[in-house]
Design a protein around this ligand. Structure first.
Ligand SMILES: Cc1cc2nc3c(=O)[nH]c(=O)nc-3n(C[C@H](O)[C@H](O)[C@H](O)COP(=O)(O)OP(=O)(O)OC[C@H]3O[C@@H](n4cnc5c(N)ncnc54)[C@H](O)[C@@H]3O)c2cc1C
Length: 345
């Protein structure tokens, strides 16, 4: 059924299956899209009284719908990329939150704007980047972030956030904690280098550049190397439903890591500057025997234990229940509590 509200269409009982990379068949009581903050405001004015909740959707690549959404799902489709200003060292590039992240990375690479090349091929849209401070291959969103504009869903006003305001951490920001579900991110301005600083030390980038026969690194070559590595390692949601790493890599004090090393030979951890050690959650999950496990259509990927998958008809609840079993077994074997990276809805 279709309800027409002024120029905005609100669809009822709308299937979200194509709007989440897990391919989970949940539905939204009400669904619409917006391509400007004015449209968003108009939608909120129309529905505020009768809706219980508003959920802002991007590309659906970092969430798990465990039930139908009994409220309004609004898909952000704000587009546009433009240079706001530049100085001797940087371009300040402003982008609409509904722009596809990887297309944005390619735009930067093609225009010699450096800093995001290591973040190539991460699925989803720009607006979700600050939510969890996306990161890969030694670079995080915060490293290229300048400021953003977000629309306060209740107060109906635009608020600006600078780097400090966002309190970025490892897959964290104020938008995931203090301001959860309070803002729609509208635009993000990035600070991109005119002179690239190559970051090739992480993962297999150097080996891949060698394999590609690259003599002189460039941001284009690094982007391509990252794309190649990711394609070879990560399951493609177009082929098998998933949302990337389901759990975060937990951080523990160095002393805890030393104790774990005594009991578990080969446990994988990376020292952090703050006397903490980041444990490889995938290794622990694998040690608990989950890698390749399948129950119905919910499973733990055969090559990447950190990635939970939907082989076709799994419900969000079944995938969530599997994650709960995994969490409990890691807790019981290692005494370490995993935290979900994926947003549970
Ligand atoms: C194969 C695969 C690989 C991945 N690899 C990585 C990786 O290497 N590194 C990494 O960090 N992540 C990775 N991810 C996770 C995911 O791609 C990112 O978290 C991405 O930023 C999510 O974007 P999205 O638009 O799909 O967000 P969605 O899934 O639509 O939303 C995620 C959360 O952000 C909120 N949100 C989205 N847009 C807005 C907005 N405009 N305003 C306010 N809130 C908003 C939603 O409400 C939700 O809570 C991977 C996912 C997959 C499927």
């Amino acid at each position: 059924m279709l309800t027409k509200l002024q120029s905005m269409e609100i669809l009822e009982n709308f299937s979200l299956k194509k709007y989440n990379t897990f391919g989970v068949d949940a539905s939204a009581a009400y669904f619409s899209t917006f391509n400007s903050s004015e449209q968003l405001n108009e939608l909120l004015n129309q529905v505020d009284q009768k809706m219980h909740s508003t959920f802002i959707l991007g590309g659906g690549s970092n969430l798990l719908f465990t039930q139908d959404v009994n409220g309004l799902v609004l898909k952000n489709e704000i587009k546009g990329i433009q240079v706001e200003k530049e100085d001797e060292n940087f371009y300040y590039l402003k982008a609409g939150a509904g722009e596809n992240w990887h297309q944005f990375v390619l735009y930067c690479v093609n225009n010699n704007m450096a800093g995001v090349e290591n973040l190539s091929l991460i699925p989803g849209n720009i607006g979700a980047g600050p939510m969890q401070n996306i990161g890969a291959y030694g670079v995080e969103f915060k490293d290229v972030f300048y400021e953003l504009e977000a629309f306060h869903l209740k107060e109906k006003k635009i608020v600006r956030f600078n780097l400090e305001d966002c309190s970025f951490g490892y897959r964290e920001s104020v938008f995931k904690t203090r301001y959860k579900n309070q803002f729609a991110i509208i635009t993000v301005t990035f600070k991109l280098l005119k002179q690239p600083r190559f970051n090739t030390s992480y993962g297999a980038i150097e080996q891949e550049l060698e394999r590609m026969n690259v003599q002189e690194p460039s941001i284009g070559a690094i982007s391509q190397a990252v794309i190649n590595i990711r394609r070879s390692k990560l399951p493609d949601p177009a082929e098998i439903g998933n949302a990337g790493s389901f759990f975060k890599n937990p951080e523990v004090p160095t002393a805890t890591f030393s104790a774990l090393q005594q009991n578990f030979k080969g446990i994988v951890g990376y020292a952090l500057p703050n006397t903490q050690v980041k444990l490889a959650a995938g290794w622990m999950i694998e040690q608990c025997g989950w890698k390749g496990y399948r129950k119905g259509d919910a499973g733990c990927h055969a090559k990447q234990a950190l990635v939970l998958v939907n082989y076709g008809a799994a419900s969000g609840k079944e995938i969530y229940d599997l994650s709960e079993e995994i969490l409990k077994s890691v807790q019981s074997k290692f005494g370490v509590t995993l935290e979900r990276e994926v947003n549970i809805v």
